[in-house]
Design a protein around this ligand. Structure first.
Ligand SMILES: [Zn+2]
Length: 359
C-alpha cells in the first residue's frame, strides 16, 4: 500500500518441521470486530476499525506456511507445535520429513503459489486444503479429529463466501478446474462446501467420541449442536435430527446422574454449598443447551412438515377415495413415516378411546 499502512504484524520464525526461516504474519489484535455470525459459527461480516483495511479478509490469513517445505498449520500450531493434549506433532513431523513422491507432489501443487502480499481466495483455499492434507498424513488412530474438523469447516466457509458472492473474480470456476486435477492425486479432497461440511461433521463426531476436549459435558453438548447445524447446512436433515436426539438423551442421562450424585453426597454429608452450586451451575448450562437443541428440533420438524405436506395430502386423498376409514388412513400415514404433527394437521387429533370406567 502506498502509505505503508497495514493491519499485519510480520514475524519470522523457524519452521517447526524443517527449521527454515519462515516469514509469516498475523493481524494486529483488536483491529476488527466480528459483526455477524451464522449458526455454524461462520463469521459472515467483519468490521475493521480502520476502513482502509476493508479489502483484507481475516480468514485468508488463518494459516501459516513455510515456503521451503510447504508445511502449513494454524498460527498457534506453527508457533507452538505439540502443546495440545495428546499432540501428534512428533509423529506428523517424522512423516512430513519423508514424504512419498505423490504426497510431495500434492504439497508442492497446493503450496507453489503462496504469497501473502497477493492473498486471494485461491491462495487461501490452497492453504486450507494443504493444512487438512498435512493433518491427514498421520494414521487414523492418532489424527487430531477436532483440529481437522475445524479446518474442514473453515474451508467450507471460504467456498460459501466465494459462491455466495457469485464468484466475482472467477476464481472458484478456475479453482474447480484445478480440483479436477488434484482429485486424481488426492481422491478424498473435499471439493465443495457440502463436502467440506460433511467431512467436518464426520470428524467432529469422532472428536465427540474420543477427543479429550469433549470429556466435558457442556463442551460435548455444544459440539453436538454444532454438528447438527453443520448437517443442516449440508442438507442432511436426518443426520441433524440424529445429532439433536443425541443431545437430548445425553442431557437427560447427565441430569439423572447429577441428581443421583447429589443425593449420595448429601447422604454422606459431603454436599457443601460450594459443591452444590458447582453442580447446579453445570446443570443449568446443560439445560440451556438442551433447550436450544429442542428448539432446533422443532424448527426441523416444521421444515419437514412443509416438505412432506404435498405428498401426504395426495396419499390421504387417494385413500379417502378408495373409501378407507380415517383411523386406518392415520395408521397408513404412520407406516409411511410422515411427521406425527403433520398427520394431526391433516387428520385432526386421534379420537380418544372411550374410557369405560367410573364415569
Ligand atoms: Zn518448513
Amino acid at each position: 500500500m502506498s502509505n505503508g499502512k497495514s493491519p499485519f504484524v510480520k514475524k519470522t520464525v523457524a519452521c517447526p518441521v524443517c527449521g527454515s526461516q519462515a516469514e509469516n504474519r498475523f493481524i494486529m489484535p483488536k483491529s476488527y470486530l466480528e459483526k455477524t455470525v451464522e449458526s455454524d459459527r461462520h463469521v459472515s461480516a467483519y468490521k475493521w476499525m480502520d476502513e482502509e483495511f476493508n479489502k483484507y479478509h481475516p480468514p485468508f490469513y488463518h494459516f501459516w506456511h513455510c515456503h521451503a517445505c510447504k508445511y502449513t498449520a494454524s498460527q498457534r500450531d506453527f508457533l507452538k507445535p505439540g502443546e495440545d493434549v495428546n499432540s501428534n506433532f512428533n509423529a506428523l513431523k517424522k512423516i512430513y520429513l519423508q514424504l512419498k513422491p505423490t504426497q510431495k507432489q500434492i504439497t508442492q501443487l497446493l503450496g507453489s503459489e503462496v504469497n501473502y502480499d497477493q492473498m486471494n481466495f485461491k491462495i487461501a483455499l490452497n492453504l486450507h486444503l494443504l493444512a487438512i492434507y498435512i493433518q491427514e498424513l498421520v494414521t487414523v488412530d492418532i489424527r487430531d479429529t477436532n483440529k481437522i474438523a475445524s479446518y474442514c469447516l473453515r474451508t467450507g466457509w471460504l467456498i460459501r463466501e466465494q459462491t455466495g458472492k457469485e464468484d466475482p473474480d472467477g476464481l472458484w470456476a478456475e479453482y474447480k478446474n484445478f480440483l479436477a486435477k488434484l482429485v486424481k492425486l488426492w481422491p478424498e479432497v473435499p471439493s465443495s462446501e457440502t463436502e467440506c461440511m460433511l467431512k467436518a461433521a464426520k470428524y467432529f463426531e469422532e472428536a465427540y467420541q474420543s477427543h479429550p476436549r469433549y470429556s466435558d459435558i457442556v463442551q460435548a453438548t455444544d459440539l453436538m449442536i454444532l454438528i447438527a447445524e453443520i448437517y443442516l447446512r449440508a442438507g442432511d436433515v436426518n443426520l441433524a435430527m440424529k445429532s439433536l436426539t443425541n443431545v437430548m438423551q445425553a442431557g437427560q442421562k447427565f441430569r439423572a446422574a447429577q441428581s443421583e450424585l447429589m443425593r449420595k453426597e448429601k447422604e454422606a454429608g459431603k454436599l457443601t454449598m460450594t459443591r452444590k452450586a458447582q453442580i447446579d451451575a453445570q446443570g443449568s448450562r446443560i439445560n440451556v443447551l438442551m433447550e436450544k437443541a429442542g428448539d432446533m428440533r422443532q424448527e426441523i420438524i416444521k421444515i419437514r412438515i412443509t416438505q412432506q405436506e404435498p405428498k401426504a395430502k395426495a396419499v390421504v386423498a387417494k385413500l379417502e377415495q378408495s373409501g378407507m376409514d380415517p383411523e386406518a388412513i392415520r395408521e397408513k400415514l404412520k407406516e409411511l413415516n410422515f411427521e406425527p404433527a403433520l398427520i394431526i394437521k391433516l387428520l385432526g387429533e386421534p379420537k380418544k378411546k372411550k374410557f369405560l370406567g367410573l364415569f
